[in-house]
Write a protein that binds this ligand. Structure first.
Ligand code: GAR
Length: 220
């Protein structure tokens, strides 16, 4: 009998709504993600992402920061829960905690973060408001490797849109979110299957160095 080999495991960390987690779950179900979401971990009990995971029959773990005496102890617990699934990729999909150096080093080259801006523009929070205040012509989202520099690891894939004169924080958030649902499953699939690699500071895709992130334009 021909036994299909099991698809690589991905563990997703979330703190909130989990629409990007849902995009990963849907892509895995539809065959657009060459991986399976093996577990979802959240620092927040009320994270809707945990509910989405449970509904999809995926292991959903709430690991509260308050239960641990230090950040290091907390991150050891996170890593233990994650490593139990031997993931090829660990995805921060709206996980709103800054990870310490030992955790980041442990997942070097295996962890991607999704950020709602065209990095290196607007690291940190409140990106949609800051884009409008700065009067930028374009905005979007970035998937990048996680390194010790917050929101500054090597970039892989971006979604780019043109800011419209009537855009508000809410409309931009919705447009960016739609793009995130496209780029996150794609980059996750590349990493989980070994097509995407971090070699030193360099990103390679199918063995070719990416000097700049790949950009997907809204409406393309
Ligand atoms: C996404 O927009 C993601 O880019 C952002 O959180 C949102 C999570 O949405 N991440 C950050 O701001 C990380 N600094 P979701 O819970 O609906 O997937």
């Amino acid at each position: 009998m021909n036994v299909p080999s099991e698809r690589p495991a991905v563990v997703v960390l979330v703190s909130g709504e989990g629409t990007n987690l849902q995009a990963l779950i849907d892509a895995a179900r539809d065959g657009a993600l060459d991986a399976r979401v093996a577990a979802v971990v959240s620092d927040r009990a009320e994270a809707r992402g945990l509910e989405r995971a449970r509904r999809a029959g995926i292991a959903a773990l709430h690991i509260p920061r308050e239960g641990y005496p230090s950040r290091e102890a907390y991150e050891r617990a996170l890593a233990e829960a994650i490593d139990a699934h031997a993931p090829s990729a660990v995805i921060l999909a709206g996980f709103m905690r800054i990870l310490g150096p030992s955790m980041v080093r442990h997942y070097a080259g295996r962890m991607l973060n999704l950020h709602p801006s065209l990095l290196p523009r607007f690291r940190g929070l409140d990106t949609h408001r800051r884009v409008l205040e700065a009067g930028d012509s374009h905005h979007g989202a970035t998937v990048h490797f996680v390194t010790e520099d917050l929101d500054a690891g090597p970039r892989v894939l971006q979604y780019r849109l043109k800011v419209r004169p009537d855009d508000t924080v809410e409309t931009l958030a919705a447009r960016v979110r739609r793009g995130e649902h496209v780029i996150l499953p794609r980059a996750t699939s590349w990493l989980a299957t070994g097509r995407l690699r971090l070699v030193g500071d360099e990103v390679t895709l199918d063995g070719e160095t990416l000097r700049e992130p790949i950009v997907i334009e809204e409406g393309s």
